[in-house]
Design a protein around this ligand. Sequence first.
Ligand code: MG
Ligand code: ZN
Length: 219
Amino acid sequence: MIKVIRIEENIFEENERIATEVRKILKEKNILSFNIMGSPGSGKTEFIEKTLSLLNNEIRFGIVEGDIEGKIDAERIEKYNVPIIQINTGGSCHLDANMLKRAILNLPLDEIDIIFVENVGNLVCPAEFEIGTEKNIIIYSITEGDDKVIKYPLIFRVSQICILNKIDLLQYVEFNMEKFENNLKNISPSTFLIKLSAKSGENFQIWIDYLKKLKREKN
Ligand code: MG
Ligand code: ZN
């Protein structure tokens, strides 16, 4: 008699249960929350920094930084004087709902309007773990090539927003914009695409206006 235990299913069920708890906590506090995913080097931290530099005076932010080790990104964000929690996953290549739950319970939730969670840099498993945020954002940079929507479709499918970053480099890299946009439309038609450069600031106002609109709708 062999008993087979479906560990994988249990992990996802347990995660979903805790994600629901996180959603409930954030809803009660009327906090708008974003799970920011993307490859290492796609510009997730820079995107958060740029947003803070433009909106920190009018919106109260809270930041959760997810990394396997260290606190380099949290240190970059420290200068904006916002509450930051660093999660070190100790080897795990994604955040899960339980990690986020512990993090947000350490944030001053009554003094926060918007939470950005920077997930571990990875295009694969962060997409499989709901962490209980309201929106998923994939930050994808043109230096990663125009073919990854086909190779890693799930992360694009679960993201309501796709930030196509580093468009200031378009003339230096091989990147077929039409192909990328068509692939995204085919794989995830409802994903809202914003093309911008967090570094040069090009089109960044489109994101800022969109974020303010989401915030207004929340109030
Ligand atoms: Mg980062
Ligand atoms: Zn992982």
